[in-house]
Design a protein around this ligand. Structure first.
Ligand SMILES: [Zn+2]
Length: 167
């Protein structure tokens, strides 16, 4: 089921999401819905708070939205090692009409559980590393616009106000 995606400044997006203690059928369904929603909205990743569920679950597929070859689901993900620095140009399904450059680590090692409750570990770089950092931020209530300069942020707030008035 495609779920509505919350957008800034929805307060759920600013909350720290809760750890998932048990992987219930509801959590599996949520992961499936999140993948469907992500592909439908042509995103590369989605975090549970973006669909209004404040729990630590993310989905990503950097081969999407066209190929959809590598759907990944991580429960309670955490970055245990980060190396290097890159500048990435980011947008977000929860941040309307805006992209900006953000500083990210170049390479990350991530530990999580899969949907069977088994521990998994990946070490990645490139687009996937950036995407994982972006989605993990969502679990801590952080958006990429929280990482840009104050000037850029206030320009964005003005633009958003005007845009919301029109719609
Ligand atoms: Zn996002």
């Amino acid at each position: 089921m495609i779920r509505p995606v919350l957008t800034y400044p929805d307060p759920i997006l600013a909350k720290t999401a809760a750890e998932i203690e048990t992987i219930t059928p509801e959590i599996r369904q949520l992961a499936e819905d999140m993948l469907e929603t992500m592909y439908h909205k042509e995103g590369l990743g989605l975090a549970a708070p973006q669909v209004g569920e404040s729990c630590r679950l993310i989905v990503v597929d950097v081969t999407g939205p066209d190929k959809r070859e590598e759907p990944l689901v991580f429960v309670n993900p955490r970055i245990v090692e980060a190396q290097g620095q890159v500048e990435s140009s980011e947008g977000c399904l929860s941040v309307m009409n805006y992209r900006s450059k953000v500083q990210r680590a170049e390479r990350v090692r991530l530990q999580a559980l899969n949907l069977d409750g088994q521990p998994v570990e990946v070490e990645v770089d490139g687009m996937l590393a950036i995407c994982l950092q972006h989605e993990l931020d969502h679990l801590d209530g952080v958006l990429f616009i929280d990482k840009i300069s104050r000037l850029k942020r206030s320009l964005y707030e003005q633009k958003l106000k005007k845009w919301l008035k029109k719609h």
